[in-house]
Design a protein around this ligand. Structure first.
Ligand code: TNX
Length: 552
């Protein structure tokens, strides 16, 4: 009798425990309270939106629920929550705790309610709800399952406002369809920023109507002949080998697509270094004005680190002493600013070789006139001019941490990539910072077994990503806007390979940038990741299963 009583007393706890393990959400929500019972999705379920502003997300949810179940849901306007309803509604009184991106999800046996202050929150509530259903809900075709979600009350909001992923489309070109798919994937993980690295030595990828050669010439590689670092002169009729670019119509389409998913796009035009594609199109912008300059067909590494020394063999830098360069940049940024609603434009600033500047009469004269002692000050002068150009167009400058050298532009935001030092220095100077340190957030680095992955010069293990803490000690946490994962693509040429490099590390970093610091728990992450492997299989998303293999 006593035993029976004990069983009756503890049974609900046992059941609740067993059910807790079914809630596998990435990123980990702030608060999950599970209750007994489930909601059963049937073909009679109604997807309702309480206000017109909730309609877009409701329609997305209806589509998402229809594909694997085979039921045909359509979103309906309704304030009612009759049994069998999934309702999306905006809070009439804003809930301060939730902010602009937070949400609550309430699953009871009869109704599911997703509530938020803003549509962005509803979008994230939807992503969470989809992960409450069985993994088959991730399927992109008809699937079989019992379509139940556990009864639960989730309250959730992000730790950081900037949760980004960067994709380099210069070293290898990715079609607009690939880019949209990648954006859709990261949006499901509650990333809200897509940093689009649009230009580099290996290709200029954005149409600038007033400067047509940027894409006519700069978007296409030519075959390399000659030794490393020495581009051979063009042969008559030499055909471009590979490349591509986005028209302005393509860009608008991608921006709209991202907006519907609460993703804002930060475009990057990388100057004054990494500019060989622009210089191939307009050689007069460099110091050497070498008309034999070609879009760099080699990789970044072979080109730059020959003999283990940092040296540029070909001038890939814009001439900071030439007013034509600023006129050129004004044209470029006028068109870029008009295409992207995001207040930030990334202007690069990284790895600028200054050897050609040091020998250029114009640069020397400018240095003398401005009383500069070091060529780093020339880069500082350049970035400050860029900031002025952007400011005149209502935009804010963000750049890689080299923009600190020689004096940072007054209002610039710093992306800290060479570790966290730059981020700390910028924050101490009162500047805003986005953390993307290479040792924690560079997803172009190898992640697992070198025998199955193409070798790259460094390694970043999953657990290291997971354990990353973006706010350094001793800085004002308010200045750390958030962080990113960066995918450079010297060695990545397909979307499938990009996905392989991205997951599971961007699942770990989704927790880092969204979830409360206190909820960090590696052991707790593993089962959530394993569920995510299964969802990815059904969704046709590639990933590196070996990434958490303990033997490597
Ligand atoms: C450094 S990160 C670069 C990129 C390379 C990357 C490779 C940064 C601002 N510059 O040009 O692709 O290393 O890991």
């Amino acid at each position: 009798m006593k035993k029976l009583l004990l069983l009756v007393l503890f049974l609900p706890i046992v059941i609740a425990k067993a059910q807790t393990s079914t809630v596998h959400i990435i990123p980990q929500p702030v608060d999950v309270k599970q209750r007994p019972g489930t909601f059963l999705l049937t073909k009679a379920t109604v997807v309702a939106y309480a206000q017109p502003e909730s309609r877009t997300v409701a329609e997305m949810l209806a589509t998402k629920l229809s594909t694997p179940t085979g039921y045909t849901f359509t979103a309906k306007p309704s304030k009612l929550t009759t049994p069998g309803t999934i309702q999306l509604s905006l809070n009439s009184l804003p809930n301060a705790q939730l902010g602009n991106e937070g949400y609550t999800v309430d699953v009871s046996p009869k109704v599911i309610k997703i509530a938020a202050n803003k549509p962005a929150g509803l979008f994230y509530g939807m992503q969470t709800l989809l992960q409450l259903f069985p993994k088959e809900m991730a399927s992109t075709s008809l699937a079989k399952s019992s379509w139940t979600a556990p009864c639960v009350r989730i309250t959730d909001y992000p730790r950081f406002g900037w949760r980004g992923v960067m994709l380099d489309v210069s070293r290898h070109f990715f079609s607009k369809e690939d880019v949209m798919r990648y954006i859709d994937e990261i949006a499901q993980l509650k990333y809200n920023t897509f940093h689009w690295h649009l230009t580099d030595d290996q290709g200029w990828r954005i149409e600038i109507k007033s400067l047509p050669r940027l894409t006519q010439v700069g978007a296409w590689r030519v075959p390399r002949i000659g030794k490393i670092g020495q581009l051979a002169p063009p042969k008559a009729g030499e055909a471009p080998t590979d490349g591509g670019f986005y028209t302005q119509e393509d860009i608008k389409e991608v921006v709209r697509y991202a907006q519907e998913r609460n993703v804002t796009i930060v475009p990057e035009i990388d100057v004054p270094g990494h500019s060989m594609a622009a210089i191939a199109a307009y050689p007069e912008l460099s110091c050497t004005k070498d008309t034999n300059t070609r879009v760099n067909a080699g990789s970044n590494f072979s080109e730059w680190y020959g003999n283990g020394k940092f040296k540029m063999f070909i001038d890939n830098t814009l001439n900071p002493s030439d007013e034509h360069v600023y006129a050129f940049l004004d044209k470029v940024f006028t068109e870029v600013a008009a295409l992207f609603p995001n207040p930030y434009i990334h202007a690069g600033g990284d790895e600028c070789y200054k050897g050609y500047w040091e020998n250029d009469p114009g640069c020397k004269a400018l240095m003398q006139k401005m009383n500069m002692k070091h060529s780093e000050e020339l880069q500082s002068y350049f970035m400050k001019r860029v900031e002025q150009i952007l400011k005149a167009k209502g935009k804010k400058l963000i750049g890689w941490d080299e923009i600190l050298e020689g004096g940072i532009a007054p209002e610039a935001t710093v992306m800290s990539w060479r570790g966290i030092k730059g981020g700390i220095e910028a924050a101490k100077l009162g500047h805003e910072v986005v953390m993307t340190p290479n040792q924690y957030a560079y997803i172009d680095y190898m992640q697992s077994d070198p025998t199955v992955e193409p070798p790259i010069y460094s390694t970043l293990r999953l657990k290291t990503c997971y354990n990353y803490e973006p706010v350094p000690d001793s800085v004002d946490a308010k200045l750390i806007l958030g962080g990113q994962a960066n995918l450079w693509t010297e060695a990545v040429s397909t979307l499938s390979h990009a996905e392989y490099m991205t997951y599971p590390r961007c699942w770990a970093l989704a927790d880092v940038y969204w979830s409360p610091k206190e909820s960090k728990n590696w052991e707790g992450f593993i089962p959530r990741m394993e569920t995510q492997f299964e969802r990815a299989d059904l969704a046709g998303i590639n990933y590196a299963r070996s990434a958490y293999d303990p033997i490597v």
